[in-house]
Design a protein around this ligand. Structure first.
Ligand SMILES: COCC(O)(O)CCCCCNCCCN
Ligand SMILES: [Zn+2]
Length: 679
């Protein structure tokens, strides 16, 4: 699989600026690019990227999304003097021109196309284009919102035309609605445009009715435009993840794009003068990670907005570091989405239920619950599932949000994300060959007699052979090195998955272990009773009530090999649970005889690596060596194979998911998709 992350930047794009007084446009300054690139250089991330030169877009390329008369008009701007530039600017809204902006706009488009070429031809796996002027507001015959040419819209058309892309996903996490992109692909079912944006019931710029959730696209394009309006400011990490888990990702996986663009605007980060949101820069590491297993990993991130130079630079680094494959930071203090976000999530899911089978049985509005009164107290401190306070982002106040002066807003610098020197260690019987890139694990020294005796007594009937004792010891040694962050992840072929899981959950030093139990077969009661282990068991057994807070069986009528059903469970239940639980270790246990499509198993292996700093330990039954290669590939950081368009999960499965969600969401508020009924 292709590795490598492209970085496309040229300081020429810093060489234009506002030449007159305009309070709206004064935030769009050259320093935006300078601080972003310098942060990438200073952190060492730029050197780890493949540097690709920019180029100027041709007229033909610009005309993929703009009219000739508009292009001809813009071509005249380099020769205009100040007054003419100001007059020309008056024709458009919230944008400014400069003698060099046409040149820079061609470079911004050309940079984006260079990124597309390198990703689509497999020279790199993914990449980021650091460009200005941004693009997502510009329209066929209009500049708007600091944008001259629509970089991503042109690039999507270009990818379809020159790289035979069939289905292109555009994820716009900028805090403004990219109406220019929406207009461009309004009736085009081959381009799925997703955007969240500050809206406040149309009172926020660009104040468009068509930015609301009920703009779903038109004609053949109906359903391929997904808007999630934020009707309050102060949205935080939990709100962003809830939208990914419950709106974007299910639809994106059903769409199954062969190329993903990110309109990477970072004015949706904390401290931004436009956004007034509360999400911290590290959240972009998770948002990026969650998109990297679509389209076989072909992700093109293109800078849009972002005006707080501190959070912008930090967020750009978080994004690029994830594209490079470094472990994601611990998602801290996650709770449920706030009431306003839940209303937006529910609106988007409801209006799109007729277009996307993954949403077909989206829940009815939340039934009244006695405890749902003012469910969202602003609370300090973390919330890890049941024992923590119920949900909620520390930073948000539900009621009026004074738009504090941004200099008052502070947030912790994102923690350094250190990738262990060894990425994947495999504990394999000697007869099984170790896939390229992985290290065969063997501990520094073997177990002493006391250790042997303890293992034999605790896990093995006295009569067990020495080899089993050694294997169990090696398993704890592998776990130990992972928990010391000397190894990122691992895989073990074991004679008894249940015993190995029991050993690892009890031996783990982590305060919280997430055990994903895949297949038919009971979870050892010792693990279920273990307070520090959350077990999510995807199986085909009938839903039985006997579960505790820490044992969550997810039944699938068509069996746990049902791709659509498992993906629905992973995106809508397992991942929200895992992110909220914030485990220090993730165990993925594949029970003997578990039949599952390779791509699906890879998706699961990859997506879970967003948790626990990537400390994922996969347990396979030793006589089932077939999955070793595809599992190791994902542990090494390769993207999971694309599943292709997903069919509808079985209605009875979705019904039981919804009942499960309703039952669990009080303890696990990140599972919520609907707001409590208004009193
Ligand atoms: C792709 O451009 C990046 C961006 O979305 O951040 C542009 C924002 C323009 C914000 C314009 N504010 C106008 C306020 C009028 N009272
Ligand atoms: Zn923006």
């Amino acid at each position: 699989m292709k590795m490598g992350t492209a970085l496309i930047y040229d300081e020429e794009m810093t060489k234009y600026k506002l030449l007159w007084v305009d309070p709206v446009c004064k935030i769009e300054v050259p320093e935006r690019l300078i601080v972003s690139y310098e942060a990438l250089v200073k952190s060492g991330l730029a050197d780890r990227c493949v540097s690709i030169p920019v180029r100027e877009a041709t007229d033909a390329e610009i005309l993929l999304a703009h009219s000739e008369e508009y292009l001809e008009a813009v071509k005249k701007t380099p020769f205009m003097h100040l007054e003419e530039l100001m007059t020309f600017t008056q024709k458009y809204g919230d944008v400014y021109f400069h003698p060099n902006i046409y040149h820079c706009a061609k470079l911004a488009v050309g940079a984006t196309l260079q990124l597309v070429d390198n990703v689509m031809t497999g020279k790199v796996r993914n990449g980021m284009a650091l460009v200005r002027p941004p693009g997502h507001h510009s329209q066929s015959s209009a500049a708007n919102g600091f944008c001259v040419f629509n970089n991503v819209a042109i690039a999507a058309q270009y990818a379809k035309k020159h790289h035979k892309a069939k289905r292109v996903l555009i994820v716009d996490w900028d805090v403004h609605h990219g109406q220019g992109v929406q207009y461009c692909f309004e009736d085009d079912p081959s381009v799925l445009y997703f955007s969240w944006h500050r809206y406040e019931h149309q009172s926020f710029w660009p104040n468009l009715k068509e930015s609301d959730f009920d703009s779903v696209g038109s004609g053949k394009g109906a359903g391929f435009n997904v808007n999630v309006p934020w009707n309050k400011v102060g949205m935080g990490n939990s709100d962003y993840l809830a939208v990914f888990f419950h709106v974007l990702l299910p639809v994106a996986y059903e769409f199954s794009p062969d190329l993903v663009f990110i309109c990477a605007g970072f004015d949706s980060a904390i401290g931004d003068p436009e956004g007034h949101m509360s999400a911290t820069p590290d959240i972009f590491a998770h948002l990026t990670h969650l998109l990297m297993n679509l389209a076989d990993g072909k992700v093109c991130a293109v800078l849009e907005g972002g005006y707080n130079l501190t959070s912008l630079a930090q967020s750009v680094c978080q994004t690029v570091q994830t594209l490079l494959g470094d472990p994601a930071p611990r998602p801290a203090q996650l709770g449920g989405a706030c009431e306003s976000a839940l209303e937006s999530i529910h609106s988007a899911r409801s209006i799109h239920k007729k277009y996307w089978s993954c949403l077909q049985h989206a829940a009815a509005p939340f039934p009244e619950e006695p405890s749902s009164k003012n469910r969202r107290p602003a609370q300090q401190g973390g919330s890890q599932g049941p024992e923590g306070d119920a949900g909620g982002d520390a930073q948000r106040e539900e009621e009026k949000v004074e738009e504090k002066e941004e200099e008052e807003i502070v947030w912790p610098e994102p923690l350094r994300r250190v990738a262990p020197s060894l990425r994947s260690a495999l504990l394999l019987p000697d007869a099984v060959e170790c896939p390229d890139g992985c290290a065969r694990f063997s501990p520094a020294h073997g177990p002493g007699p006391l250790e042997r005796a303890r293992l034999r007594k605790s896990y093995l009937k006295e009569s067990e052979d020495e080899a089993s004792v050694t294997l169990l010891y090696n398993l704890t040694a592998l776990l130990g090195q992972m928990e010391k962050n000397e190894i990122r992840n691992g895989l073990a072929l074991v004679p008894d998955v249940s015993m190995a899981a029991t050993l690892l959950t009890s031996a783990s030093l982590s305060k919280r272990v997430l055990l994903v139990w895949m297949g038919e077969g009971p979870v050892p009661s010792q693990i279920i009773e273990d307070e520090k282990t959350l077990v999510v068991h995807i199986n085909s057994m009938e839903p039985h009530e006997a579960q505790s807070k820490y044992y969550i069986p997810i039944p699938l009528k068509k069996g746990c090999g049902d791709t659509a059903g498992v993906m629905q469970a992973v995106l809508g239940l397992l991942l929200p649970l895992g992110y909220q639980y914030e485990p220090g270790l993730v165990l993925l246990a594949r029970l003997p005889g578990y039949q599952v499509e390779g791509g699906l198993w890879q998706q699961l292996t990859c997506l879970l690596q967003g948790l626990a700093l990537g400390h994922t330990l996969v347990l396979l039954q030793e006589n089932e060596t077939a999955p070793v290669g595809i599992t190791a590939s994902c542990l090494l950081g390769n993207a999971a194979l694309s599943l292709g368009p997903l069919v509808a999960p079985g209605p009875e499965d979705v019904g039981s998911f919804e009942r499960l969600r309703l039952r669990l969401q009080t303890d696990w508020p990140l599972l919520q998709t609907t707001a409590p009924e208004k009193r």
